[in-house]
Design a protein around this ligand. Structure first.
Ligand SMILES: Nc1ncnc2c1ncn2[C@@H]1O[C@H](COP(=O)(O)OP(=O)(O)OP(=O)(O)O)[C@@H](O)[C@H]1O
Ligand SMILES: Nc1nc2c(ncn2[C@@H]2O[C@H](COP(=O)(O)O)[C@@H](O)[C@H]2O)c(=O)[nH]1
Length: 262
């Protein structure tokens, strides 16, 4: 995680302010404020910091903190599976949990999509309304979140930090944007794995087989090109043709990375 941390999110929450309120009071532009709020800024003008502290009536040490090297480092590892919808990310995660004892932790995300048959709250998601989701996002409770296929999905910041600090080996499927953002946040604690089906026909067939609605299938197939365009930024590629073979490959990647880390 970052060594320099901004706490703007908490300061805004305590005052029941939103970014536009602070923008009016401080005169600092919206993009800079959002970048500070999300801890995604690497340089900042001293005048900007002064204006924000004046507007919030707080000390600089309330707004930001610095952790010396080492103290912020997490011990765990996070394996992220990305790839087109229907490639089989969840199938591989479940198959891995059934066939191998690798001591993996699965952290459900929060999602606004309707539950599918066989799903329940907490598996594979905590299902919330869009209003609940946006309120959590405003409070800065997500490490990252994305709108995918018309629904929101978000990873819970505190749960990930605690799991990685405790040294857990976490596995989760996350869309391509979220995966690359997680890599930015956790650096070499994250291993990115791209899962690909053997053919496009296979993919469509799998979505039909899963019982997805025609309109959903079209939306999911349309995102495919975009997802593929980012695949070369991933550390590993798995072709999910035969489930046991792909699961064994995944298990081997996890063993190798975990051993290296140790
Ligand atoms: N190797 C495979 N051969 C045949 N069918 C498969 C294979 N892998 C997965 N499937 C089937 O394809 C469908 C989609 O798989 P799954 O739900 O795991 O995909 P996903 O990548 O997790 O999708 P999403 O991104 O939408 O969550 C499921 O019905 C699953 O049983
Ligand atoms: N950016 C994030 N993407 C996520 C997260 N949890 C799941 N996902 C991805 O969403 C799509 C759709 O999933 P589905 O279950 O509705 O088919 C898929 O690509 C998941 O990998 C998350 O927390 N953040």
């Amino acid at each position: 995680m970052h060594k320099v941390q901004f706490h703007l999110d908490r300061l805004l929450f305590e005052r029941n302010w939103k970014i536009p309120d602070l923008m009016k009071r401080s005169g600092v532009n919206k993009n800079t404020l959002y970048a500070i709020k999300k801890n995604e800024i690497s340089r900042v003008d001293l005048k900007v910091l002064q204006s924000i502290c004046d507007a919030l009536q707080c000390a600089l040490s309330d707004l930001m903190s610095y952790e010396p090297k080492g103290e912020h480092e997490t011990k765990g590892l996070l394996f992220i599976l990305s790839g087109p919808s229907g490639a089989g990310k969840n199938t591989l995660i479940n198959s891995l949990r059934d066939r191998y004892d690798l001591g993996l932790t699965f952290i459900p995300s929060f999602a606004t999509r309707p539950m599918r048959p066989g799903e329940r709250n907490g598996n594979p998601y905590y299902f919330v309304s869009t209003e609940e989701f946006m309120a959590m996002a405003e409070r800065g409770e997500f490490l990252e979140y994305e709108s995918i296929h018309g629904n929101y999905y978000g990873t819970h910041l505190l749960t990930y930090e605690q799991a990685l600090d405790a040294g857990h080996i976490v596995i989760k499927d996350i869309d391509v944007n979220g995966a690359l953002n997680m890599k930015k946040a956790f650096g070499d604690r994250v291993v990115l794995i791209y899962v690909r089906p053997t053919s496009l026909n296979d993919l469509e067939g799998r979505l039909y087989g899963r019982g997805d609605a025609e309109a959903d299938i079209r939306i999911r197939m349309e995102r495919l090109k975009y997802e593929e365009s980012l695949s070369d930024q991933f550390d590993y590629l798995i072709f999910n043709d035969d489930i046991p073979t792909a699961t064994a490959e995944l298990a081997q990647i996890i063993r190798t990375c975990t051993r290296k880390r140790a």
